[in-house]
Design a protein around this ligand. Structure first.
Ligand code: PMP
Length: 299
């Protein structure tokens, strides 16, 4: 039995007692939004950006949960403290709660708010045995849901699209799926954004396609700007990725994770991938461990 505590509807509760109603719309319909966050040294990385994306997700599904960013941040901090965690994985979920009636949401919302945490030692990919190797990628048949069907910038509990993609990896045992959009262009991974190097430029599928605006993606683009590396946010094919000089995938927990191969074709990391890993790590070090905590906008 774990002695970990989660935060459920304003209270810290032992993990085994952390439950929600079977009538909760998050359970019944995936009618919920969430953020996966990472804490370094006891503080959440890029909280402001995550809070903004959460607000956009909630707006996209017309969920007025009534909680301020400060209140959510306070609850996360309380959960980290209660679990004596400084370097941690944090998942914040807000559902539309329990409502009478059927599929059509009511306007009277009593949201269910859950914060789950677990230790996630710093050190990026190399610190975790599961992620201790560059990722193998496999293109899957499951296409990314078009934005017109489910807004891709909304991070909702409706993750079956990514689950179906990951199920396809069972045969090859690849680490991450490459999902294409309806037109066959590169979209993203099941839980990550795609990057590759073409000549001098760093390429990544643009947010015009069905791509989640990853916080790590944004950080990498910011680093590229600082390092004078041109970024090409565009529309790309699978051949572009397979033929790339280097490739990596990004998300909050993986940070910058080199790609080893795509569909069995060697791609490999390289000097730019290493540069992004190093600068990302240096930013974390400077902002969270050097005692001079900077604000989210870097001031
Ligand atoms: N795309 C999808 C579909 C994801 O689930 C994630 C993980 N949140 C990402 C991209 C990467 O986003 P982030 O860098 O904010 O973790």
């Amino acid at each position: 039995m774990s002695d970990r505590q989660y935060h459920v509807d304003g209270d810290l509760v032992p993990v085994d007692e952390a439950t929600v109603s079977v009538r909760d719309r998050g359970f019944m319909y995936g009618d919920a939004v969430f953020e996966t966050l990472r804490a370094y040294g006891g503080e959440v990385f890029r909280w402001a950006a995550h809070a903004e994306r959460l607000a956009n997700s909630a707006a996209a599904i017309s969920l007025d949960h009534g909680l301020t960013h400060d209140e959510l941040q306070r609850r996360i901090a309380e959960t980290l403290r209660a679990n004596d965690l400084r370097d941690a994985y944090v998942k914040l979920s807000i559902t539309r709660g329990v409502q009478p009636g059927k599929l059509t949401p009511g306007t009277d919302v009593d949201p269910t708010v859950v914060i789950q945490v677990k230790p996630l030692p710093r050190g990026g990919v190399a610190a975790d045995p599961i992620w201790d190797a560059p990722a193998t990628l496999q293109t899957v048949k499951t296409r990314r849901i078009p934005d017109a069907a489910l807004p891709s910038r909304a991070k909702t509990h409706n993750y079956l699209n990514g689950i179906l993609a990951r199920l396809e990896l069972r045969v090859s045992d690849a680490d991450e799926a490459v999902m294409l959009d309806g037109d066959g262009h590169l979209a993203e991974g099941a839980t990550s954004n795609l990057f590759f190097v073409d000549g001098e430029a760093l390429c990544t599928p643009s947010l015009d396609g069905p791509v989640l605006p990853g916080i790590t993606r944004e950080e990498v683009i910011d680093i590229a700007g600082e390092e004078g590396i041109p970024v090409n946010e565009g529309s790309f094919t699978l051949d572009d990725l397979r033929g790339a000089e280097e490739a990596f995938v990004t998300n909050t927990t993986w940070e910058v994770r080199p790609v080893e191969s795509v569909d069995g074709i060697d791609v490999g990391g390289g000097p730019l991938t290493t540069l992004f890993q190093r600068v990302y790590d240096a930013r974390v070090e400077r902002e969270f461990y050097d005692g001079e905590r900077l604000s989210d906008d870097g001031e």
